[in-house]
Write a protein that binds this ligand. Structure first.
Ligand SMILES: Nc1ncnc2c1ncn2[C@@H]1O[C@H](COP(=O)(O)OP(=O)(O)OP(=O)(O)O)[C@@H](O)[C@H]1O
Length: 272
């Protein structure tokens, strides 16, 4: 990890109509740091991640990413910044009818001109690189398989390989294992961390699984109602302090229950 900053956020406020999705977030992330964003559903994790590659623009505040003032970037400059930031989503966002290899190759579309239909339309060196990334994520030999015939964990590996095609410096992962079973979740998270370390990537990842987050990240950042309420190295942190993020959500809702994944609204109704 170097001392340089990959992401510098100062006083970020985001309003959606009357909703204060982010409420004065200031955060600095060092190059090569692996950061987990934790917090209840609706606490602002995805909104924060979306500001880093300018999928959303601040109502107030400043963001610098890889030395660039994000608000001032447009056109080519914005495309260049986005090419340095890989993204992995909860729902993988693969084209199910395309082969694994073609999905990985689409990670290069932003820097190629003209449409590409079929893997043969990509330069040979890109196909070779894509096969290398598939090997790295444990999917060697699957390149010609239709993507929608893979398991969820395998599809997320394809999405990681696709992100690697950009040779990113930052990886944003928005609940990358929310739709996976616990075993696949652990494997995918391990893979993201190993790849992050190997390549010196700065990783920002939102998660709902507290135990996984504590054993996985270098640093935990907790959001509640758009504010940073926890910012700590993961090493040595005690679980109770992390659970504070989820406490006092609503009268009668224990923090343990509130911290549960997408089932929270249903459980809340059940206990209230
Ligand atoms: N495009 C939008 N338009 C209006 N409101 C939005 C929009 N995006 C987010 N919000 C609101 O902003 C708040 C923060 O949402 P966000 O998706 O960032 O939370 P989150 O912590 O990522 O939640 P989850 O864990 O469920 O993904 C919520 O109240 C949400 O309803």
């Amino acid at each position: 990890m170097s001392n340089a900053h990959a992401v510098e956020i100062d006083g970020l406020v985001k309003l959606y109509g009357g909703t204060r999705a982010l409420d004065g977030v200031s955060l600095t992330v060092g190059e090569g740091e692996i950061v987990v964003l934790l917090g209840l559903s609706g606490s602002g994790k995805s909104t924060l991640l979306r500001h880093i590659n300018k999928l959303d623009v601040p109502t107030e505040g400043h963001i610098r990413v890889l030395g660039e003032d994000v608000a001032s970037l447009r056109g080519k400059g914005l495309r260049h910044l986005r090419s340095r930031i890989g993204v992995v989503f909860q729902q993988f966002e693969l084209v199910g009818s395309l082969s694994v290899l073609e999905n990985v190759l689409t990670g290069t579309l932003a820097r190629l001109s003209g449409p590409r239909l079929g893997t043969w339309m990509y330069p040979k060196e890109l196909r070779t690189a894509a096969l290398g990334h598939l090997d790295r994520v444990g999917l060697a030999g699957r390149e010609h398989q239709r993507s929608d015939t893979l398991s969820g964990g395998q599809q997320q590996r394809v999405a990681i390989a696709r992100a690697l095609m950009q040779s990113p410096e930052i990886l944003l992962a928005d609940e990358p294992v929310a739709s996976l079973d616990p075993e696949s979740s652990q494997q995918v998270m391990d893979l993201i961390r190993e790849i992050g370390r190997e390549r010196g990537l700065t990783v920002l990842c939102s998660l709902h699984q507290v135990e996984l987050a504590m054993s996985w990240g270098d640093r935990l950042v907790g959001l509640r109602a758009g504010k940073v309420v926890l910012d700590t190295p993961a090493s040595g942190v005690d679980r109770d302090s992390v659970m504070q993020i989820y406490s006092a959500v609503a009268p009668g809702v224990p923090a343990e229950l509130a911290a549960l994944d997408a089932t929270v609204p249903h459980l809340r109704q059940a206990v209230s």
